[in-house]
Design a binder for this molecule. Structure first.
Ligand code: GUN
Ligand code: FE
Length: 436
């Protein structure tokens, strides 16, 4: 890959901003640049310095006056729900039965999975998302389709086969042993092949027998460097049904705890209706709470208590949860997250928002040495944002005076139209579409 310089207003975080004036938490360069080469960010700095240190004749892409940020990271999304998004459904369990399971059934067909994978990745790139953590369907084919397309595009993607052996259509259900065998084979095939990372993926307690959760625990013990993802405490009916299915558990999280599913690489989707005991167990095990704002509003699930969870010493991440979530855009996601926090008197500063969707999510995935930052040595995944992309935005932009105001405008009014370009491993991908 030939070296290339991106010129623009660079913004990257080093830590969670400790309030709006915490200038040690980020680096912002008004006339900044990145030197990209071999899929990596080689240099970040003022344009003049980056250019003088670059090989003669290095191509310069001038993105001024736009912002250059690390590509967005989506820590919870469902690949086989690309055609479930925007379904007029009731709350979680009805939504699953009426819309989601039927759509996921179609992924038994590899050709269907391949076609949807192509569109799914186009959507991620269009919205500036360069890494996502996905549930595939229960069909091993869907995992191949998912990672094959990621590999074609050079993207760092995490995901795995959904393990589910009850309370769903028969054709979608696997078995405890079958799901163990399939997951193990997929893990051996894909984990750390290029940029791919396999994620052990029991859907949630309702759709797994104790035998299957036990198998998931074995897989995690055998592969401690893999992530594990599941759902918890999203909806009151879900919680009641779980208590019926696992009457001996002290609480919902106790189900996952008893099968050894909790550790610092465990991603727990939703975490809305948490008890004090559950927060305690999460803190002790280091599991991550994943906030899915557009989904929580769309399915009427409830309000994520960011400050309560973080003050309990638990790491958090933010995600779209498409197709329960209603948009691939991390900007739309931050906006709805902001509103959920507003309802609870937890106003989030825009610097905190953009930290969360980049370095914060990378840290929650223990991948901040590779992604979520523009620091030299990290992977060259970059998003270019235009805060004046629409007429509404441009008009408001005329009165914007600070970086924080601009970020807040992007978050509140922005979507894929604000994404000028998305670079993956140093390659332009939004304006240059890959053929199916
Ligand atoms: N709980 C179990 N499966 C799902 C799913 O697909 N989406 C959401 N939002 N919650 C779930
Ligand atoms: Fe989900």
């Amino acid at each position: 890959q030939k070296p290339i310089i991106l010129r623009g207003r660079t913004l990257t975080f080093h830590a969670a901003p400790n309030g709006p004036e915490d200038i040690t938490a980020f680096s912002y360069e008004e006339d900044g640049a990145l030197l990209l080469s071999d899929g990596k960010i080689k240099v970040r700095g003022p344009f003049a310095e980056v250019q003088s240190g670059a090989p003669d004749g290095t191509e310069i892409v001038d993105h001024r006056p736009h912002l250059l940020l690390p590509g967005f990271i989506d820590t919870h999304i469902h690949f086989p729900q690309a055609q479930v998004i925007a379904s007029w459904a009731d709350q979680l369990l009805d939504w699953l039965n009426d819309y989601t399971f039927p759509a996921e059934l179609r992924f038994a067909d590899k050709a269907h999975a391949d076609r949807i994978a192509n569109g799914f990745y186009d959507a991620l790139i269009a919205h500036g998302t360069t890494t996502a953590v996905a549930y595939c369907s229960s069909h091993p084919n869907s995992v191949d389709a998912y990672f094959e397309e990621a590999e074609r595009r050079g993207m760092m993607m995490l995901g795995g086969k959904t393990m589910m052996d009850r309370n769903a259509p028969e054709a979608l259900c696997d078995t405890a042993q079958g799901s163990y065998d399939d997951s193990k084979a997929l893990l051996a095939k894909w984990h750390e092949r290029g940029r791919a990372r396999y994620v052990i993926t029991p859907r949630f307690a309702i759709t797994s027998t104790p035998e299957q959760l036990d198998a998931a625990g074995s897989l995690l013990r055998e592969n401690p460097d893999c992530h594990l993802q599941t759902h918890i405490n999203e909806n009151h009916n879900e919680i009641a049904f779980t208590r019926e299915l696992y009457p001996d558990a002290a609480h919902y999280l106790g189900v996952y705890e008893s099968f050894d599913l909790l550790g610092s690489k465990t991603l727990l989707g939703h975490c809305i209706h948490m008890t004090g005991h559950e927060l305690q167990v999460m803190r002790e095990t280091g599991a991550v709470a994943v906030f899915c704002p557009t989904s929580n509003l769309f399915l009427g699930s409830g309000l994520f208590d960011k400050s309560g969870i973080e003050s309990a010493g638990i790491r958090t991440a933010i995600a779209t949860d498409v197709g329960g979530g209603t948009n691939y855009s991390m900007l739309r996601t931050l906006d709805e997250g902001y509103k959920i926090l507003q309802l609870q008197r937890q106003r989030m500063h825009p610097l905190t928002s953009f930290y969360w969707a980049t370095l914060g999510n990378a840290k929650a995935l223990s991948l901040s040495d590779r992604i979520g930052t523009l620091d030299a040595g990290s992977d060259a995944d970059v998003v270019v944002l235009n805060a004046g992309a629409t007429q509404t935005m441009a008009l408001r932009m005329e009165t914007v005076e600070t970086l924080s105001e601009e970020l807040f405008l992007l978050q509140t009014l922005g979507d894929d139209r604000a994404v000028v370009e998305t670079y993956v491993a140093g390659n332009r991908q939004k304006s240059v579409r890959l053929k199916p």
